[in-house]
Design a protein around this ligand. Structure first.
Ligand SMILES: *Cc1c(COP(=O)(O)O)cnc(C)c1O
Length: 856
């Protein structure tokens, strides 16, 4: 019989164990090993069964066991000690508290998904896990962040695989009362309610809060009786519906999210958010809510826009067009033709998301484009992805070279305490004096020997093999109720065999099945009698993506052949819990996306933090960090004639690396059975990558390069009753109106001999029409570079020219004269031109307005 409704009854803890409730209520347990040990001690078997979820544990433990522990003074003291440690962690000053007054008092971080712990399944993949890691690292650093997201009743989905390899999805309903969440309440005890005016009704949401160390996470939830039935399901699933359903989710996340932050700020007395960070474009509507508020304070739309842009950080996460939300314009128009946002007109909204550039579609509203227009500070998530994004969004900045497009990059990082195996951390603590593996001295071979490192790597591989067998047996038993899993399932895989891991979502560009390109060759690699190789694979396909499901099926079918199945397994239902054993347990982490479509790729980073070596296409983070010793690069066959040829070339290169380099090195053992060269690479990986790949490094960069500047720009604009915001809006209006009249009428050059030499000086004089603008509104620049075919300039150098003040009070309709010089600093081809760009010290980049006038 199935229940029509479920809820969780929380255990009543003995008085002297009340600390456990406080500890379980803060998700720091998900990355704090001593806290996990405290819970495991209650009942190691139950702890396994509930998959390391303290709240589920306390909900199902036998009260007699709790009574017994309450009588154990040692345990009571231990619990009290952990609680005191948590309190100190939350209150004591940390890195951020040393930054001084320029650092913003609060930052609101918006994301459609958050992957914090397996027990709180509110994520689908990398984007969500990154958001979870961002919150955790912010907490560790003392960054005053508040996270904002949605609470999905069924999360993403659970994956099962049929015997013939087809993915089945199920949507188990989560019970928020059984999760580490509490309702945000008014002082009178009633739940806070966020409302949004819709074209045909009102959307209501309650707000759940989660404590992630020092950081609060607010999650909006529409599954409440105040909503009409159809609106209760707005937050039913992550990435479940399309079109209107998705738009409703994003309106709730952006607009409702800002309202939730305001309510939370008022209720708790926390400082107001000074910077708003949107993790991908899905939360982009947040800027419109802020604009509406500022209009309420008496500003115009354009003035408000300046302030909102200044304080908003937009992180773009994908160069794959399908990853970007685009809505039909009439749909957006309908939702904003209401009282949803007082003071904001639908046309003003539509203009922000318009693809009004060559190649854009006139019918769609693009969330990423709006993100860039509402956020002055924008970034991609690896250096290469920054470059790719500058090209991808170049259309918004016509006339500028892509390297001047104002999109920076902050390379992702991963939260080391979450993703480093406890065995490796214990080794660091014992031999190197710290369990912070990102700052441990791994190069110290006197303290940590090769044998030590290899020993831990072996144990982590064994742990994975055991977990894989357990998962596959459990999956089999699930599908064959009452049956007993066949005996061969209990010795799948081999704890001593070179193990390659591959797990990720299954969009086409990630090429799950590249390894199957030449099945015969793969079979030989797996079954090599001296140097066998095994693969552990996992990944979910989006429920609507049948192509992805076919890829999974192909792989599962290949792996089910009797001679293959002990060397290749597909583990169903990839999630954080599986990932935490998978990365440490693999010797080699494989990634073979179509370059440059992997924006960063964080799974390889998590593997590296555990001493796994990467084998990857030079894409995302690997393009930046591969150094010849920390793993292997699969060359990209970018020049191949077509996709099939490219796949063939890249697959062959991958097989060659595995067969000729990786396997021989792994099996080359010394007298102690240690592969010395391999362990050398592990040591090098741990010593050089742990710190730069950490989320701590990433969050520091966000703070220093984006949050602090954003807060500074916004403060300047809002000072003196928003004086600068008014001036900047008026100035931009003037510049835009005048720009058609701005041009470079004539350029003269001199100062060079017939055969110019390095060190000579080029002098130029340019006559420029300013269309009524003042010389100080613009910068006239001499632009020089190497000239390539078609007169294209590369490696640009800019030299500002100065206005010749020799023509006092000149009639603005007459051209202004600008002069300047540049020394020739390189030999070879040289080309130059002159351009005019708007300048204002409240712009981050001259490209910001997308206005430029170039000579000729
Ligand atoms: C890290 C992680 C991902 C993202 O991995 P990519 O390499 O970015 O594809 C997805 N799912 C889980 C469970 C993860 O831990």
């Amino acid at each position: 019989m199935k229940a029509i409704r479920r809820f969780t009854v929380r255990a009543v803890l003995p008085e002297n164990l009340s600390a456990l409730e406080e500890i379980a209520g803060n998700l720091r347990w998900s990355w704090h090993e001593p806290t996990k040990e405290l819970f495991a001690r209650i009942s190691p078997e139950l702890w396994q069964q509930v998959e390391h979820d303290p709240i589920a544990l306390l909900g199902s433990v036998d009260p007699a066991r709790l009574a017994e522990l309450a009588g154990d003074q040692g345990y009571v003291d231990w619990a009290t000690h952990i609680r005191d440690d948590l309190r100190a962690y939350i209150h004591d000053p940390r890195w951020y508290q040393s930054l001084g007054a320029d650092a913003p008092a609060s930052i609101a971080y918006f994301s459609p998904e958050f992957g914090i712990a397996a027990a709180l399944p509110q994520y689908s993949g990398g984007l969500g896990i990154l958001a979870g890691d961002h919150l955790k690292a912010a907490s560790d650093l003392g960054v005053p962040l508040v996270g904002v997201g949605l609470f999905y009743r069924s999360g993403y989905f659970s994956q099962a695989i049929t015997p013939d390899g087809w993915q089945l999805e199920s949507y188990p309903v989560l019970d928020p009362d059984g999760l580490p969440l509490s309702v945000l309440r008014n002082p009178d005890g009633t739940p806070v309610q966020i409302t949004l005016a819709l074209p045909d009704g009102v959307l209501h949401a309650r707000v759940w809060q989660a404590a992630v160390g020092r950081v609060r996470l607010l999650l909006l939830d529409t599954d409440i009786p105040e909503n009409e039935e159809r609106l209760r399901s707005v937050t039913d699933r992550l990435y479940g519906g399309g079109g209107e359903h998705r738009l409703l989710q994003e309106l709730l996340l952006g607009i409702g999210g800002v309202r939730a932050v305001k309510a939370w700020t008022e209720l708790t007395g926390a400082p107001q958010a000074e910077v708003f960070h949107t993790n991908e474009g899905h939360a982009g509507f947040l800027g419109l809510e802020r604009i509406s508020d500022l209009i309420g304070d008496g500003l115009t739309f354009d003035e408000a826009l300046q302030i909102v842009r200044a304080g908003t950080v937009f992180t773009t996460h994908t160069p794959v067009p399908a990853g970007i939300d685009r809505f039909d314009r009439p749909l957006v128009q309908r939702y904003f033709s209401t009282s949803l946002l007082p003071g904001v007109e639908p046309d003003q909204v539509l203009a922000l998301g318009a693809e009004d550039y060559p190649g854009g579609s006139p019918d769609v509203f693009n969330m990423a484009v709006m993100g860039l227009r509402l956020g002055q500070h924008a970034n991609g998530v690896s250096r290469l992805h920054g470059e790719v994004s500058r090209q991808m969004f170049g259309g918004l900045y016509p006339g500028f070279d892509s390297n001047q497009v104002p999109i920076d990059s902050v390379t992702n990082g991963v939260h080391a305490p979450t993703w480093t195996d406890p065995m490796l951390r214990a080794l660091a603590l014992e031999r190197l004096g710290t369990d912070d593996t990102t700052h441990a001295d791994w190069g110290n071979a006197g303290a940590v020997s090769d044998l030590d490192l290899w020993g831990v790597r072996n144990r982590m591989r064994e742990q994975l093999v055991r977990d894989a067998r357990r998962r596959l047996q459990a999956a089999w038993e699930e599908q064959n109720p009452g049956g007993i899993a066949p005996a061969w399932m209990s010795d799948l895989l081999d704890p001593n065999v070179l193990t390659i891991g591959f797990a990720r979502r299954v969009p086409t560009y990630k090429r799950l099945t590249l390894m199957l390109h030449d099945p015969e060759r793969l079979r030989n690699i797996l079954l090599n009698p001296e140097r066998p190789v095994q693969f552990v694979i996992a990944g979910k396909s989006h429920p609507a993506d049948d192509e992805g499901k076919r890829l999974i099926q192909k792989l599962v079918q290949f792996a089910s052949e009797p001679e293959i199945r002990s060397r290749m397994v597909f583990l169903p239902d990839y999630d954080i819990g599986m990932a935490q054993l998978l990365y440490p347990g693999t010797d080699v982490w494989l990634n073979n996306p179509l370059r440059p479509l992997e924006a960063c790729g964080t799974s390889g980073m998590k593997a590296a933090l555990n001493g796994a070596l990467n084998l990857s296409i030079l894409d995302g983070w690997w393009n930046e960090f591969y150094d010849g010793e920390n793993g292997w690069a699969i060359p990209s066959a970018d020049a191949a004639g077509d996709g099939a040829e490219r796949d063939a070339l890249e697959a062959e290169a991958m097989y060659d690396l595995i067969e000729h380099q990786i396997a021989p090195r792994f099996y080359d053992r010394d007298a102690d059975g240690v592969p010395a060269a391999w362990v050398g690479q592990i040591r090098h990986t741990l010593a050089t990558l742990s710190s730069p790949l950490s989320a701590e490094r990433m969050v520091r960069e966000y703070v220093e390069r984006l949050y602090v500047p954003a807060a500074g720009y916004e403060k300047r604009l809002t000072a003196d009753d928003c004086l600068k915001a008014r001036e900047l809006a008026a100035w931009k209006g003037r510049v835009r109106a005048a720009w058609p009249g701005v041009n470079v009428a004539h350029v003269d050059a001199g100062g060079l001999d017939a055969v110019p030499q390095v060190g000579d000086e080029l002098h130029v004089r340019a006559l420029v029409h300013l269309g009524g603008l003042k010389p100080e509104d613009v910068q006239v620049q001499l632009v020089a570079g190497r000239s390539r075919d078609g007169d294209e300039l590369v490696d640009l150098h800019f030299e500002p020219l100065t206005v010749d003040s020799g023509i006092p009070g000149a009639d603005p309709s007459v051209a202004h004269e600008f002069t300047g010089a540049m020394r020739l600093t390189w030999a070879g081809s040289f080309g130059y031109t002159v351009r005019v760009v708007p300048v204002n010290d409240l712009l981050l980049s001259p490209a910001e307005l997308g206005l430029v006038a170039v000579a000729g």
